[in-house]
Design a protein around this ligand. Sequence first.
Ligand SMILES: Cc1ncc(C[n+]2csc(CCOP(=O)(O)OP(=O)(O)O)c2C)c(N)n1
Ligand SMILES: [Mg+2]
Length: 596
Amino acid sequence: MTDLNEFDRPVNVGNPQMGWASDVAAEMLRRMGIKYLSMNPGASYRGFHDSLVNYLGNEDPQMILCLHEDHAVHIAQGYAKATDEPMGCILHSNVGLMHGMMGIFNAWCNRVPMVVMGATGPVDAAIRRPWIDWIHTMKDQGAMIRNFVKYDDEPRSAQALAETMVRVNKTIRTAPAAPAYVCLDAGLQESEIDPEMKLPDISRFLPPDPIPAPQSAIDEAADLLVNARNPVIMMGRVKRGQDGWDQRIKLAELLGAGVVTDMKTAASFPTDHPLHLSPPGNRPRAEAEAEIKTADVILDLNWIDLAGTFKLIFGNSEVPAKVIHVSVDSLLHNGWSSDHMGMPLGDVTMLAECEPVVNQLLAACESRLDGKSKWDGKNKGRTAEIDGKLSDYDEGGGISVEALTLGMNEVRKGRNITLTNVTIGWAADGYHFTHPLDYLGNDGGGGLASGPGTAIGSGLALKDSDRTVVAVLGDGDTMQGSSALWTAAHYSIPVLILISNNRSNFNDEIHQETVARMRDRPVENRWIGQRIDDPEIDLAEYAAALGVDSAGPITTVGDLLPAIEAGLKVVESGKPYVLNVHVQKGYAVPPPAREA
Ligand SMILES: Cc1ncc(C[n+]2csc(CCOP(=O)(O)OP(=O)(O)O)c2C)c(N)n1
Ligand SMILES: [Mg+2]
């Protein structure tokens, strides 16, 4: 696989000394272990840019050039989703930050760690260049994003900058993870530092270990769980580690608990396990709903919208089960956005992280049960076997989203595929997740344009692993984020972008149809202002123009497998690939519509 350090090598760098304040920012990022900085350039950070190239030699961190700040932020998000580790990005003064803001919101809603570097100024008006430095100087730039970052600062000295970077490192790595923003005054960046200046020892400001629950709450929860007749575990946002995955399986098997998972969050439990109740979706399917209805104890492991899920299932009726709520998410909640969702029930509430809590619960339940499992070994779900094969769909009538999913399921054999993100149309019945890296969850904040960048960031993170990274993206999402493809081409980032191309913003056709039905108006007009057709975009040509190998449109089921195979071969040789697949309009599971 390609070593990214082969790209964009500076010459004559020699052995430079740390001499300017911007060198301090660069040095601190290196000491934080930040490997990459995705960015779009700008004069507001020309001092910092020089530090990265000519002081650090464009290595640890290495710059990843993007054509839009949206992509820069989403690449950092994709990297964090695959690793639980922060990447950095740099956004040019105010205009770049404004472009990148939606990506920061997605990253915030996804609770991923990220260092966002920005710039302003010079704050000292006396040293501003006419016009441009004035329009790119703002007071309190952080105010634009303060409601959806965990911390922000605009330090006034090199020493203060160094300390801020230490704080950023600790803050973003402490749960709940989220981005932090550091705005570098252009005047400060270009000022010389005191040669005697000492950098803080970052190893003495380490983030805490994952937060466990108090034993009293564990005991209370364990008593409920071991005595439960029909316990259910709702697996929400958890980490990518194999240990945590194994422990969650152990706990479910010990308790004989049915397990529900969610497409909003990354893979958390094997979907082919007999205790997994039904394919993941945006809302629990019938089998899971039935179990939740009859559950007497529910263990909520950081489920994203517990109140919303219960509302779908119980309406305004009481939830009969005792609920054990495990999450540190409330530590981030503020009054600006409503991404805290409705109030989650908690008969036992643990302000703690899922990984230590599952370990604690395992120990407490094992000792109460003398190590004997409560599970009778029966299949509680219906998911052990995939229902259907691609050939069932080969009727010469085009490719449905179900066929596309089954196609992916067939080509995955013998490969470790990571699905970074998938369209709303994805048919979860046709594809199992059996490893924590099999699926990385959705965009977080529902902000389109995220797909290509996020996929490329995950591809970057996993390029030296045994994973083959694939994204299944809508045509609307792809086009909003499409110039990110050039970055994948330039740095040879291995990722297959498979476009589920229904030539429409189809999600919103469904909404227009819903409204038309509610108002007794013609549903035939639902496509107006939605279809991306006439002219149809030649997505393969478009990708090729950005330097990415590509094919399509693929229009028949018969052509699908060879086309995906060919794309995967290119990706496995270390390069990106775009496959344009025409799919029929329609979703495997329609999203729940808000009726009148
Ligand atoms: C930035 C942004 N703009 C608009 C929307 C509203 N929106 C949600 S889904 C969607 C359609 C997406 O189309 P596509 O990616 O092709 O997926 P499809 O539903 O067609 O499978 C739109 C416009 C959004 N979520 N984010
Ligand atoms: Mg579409």
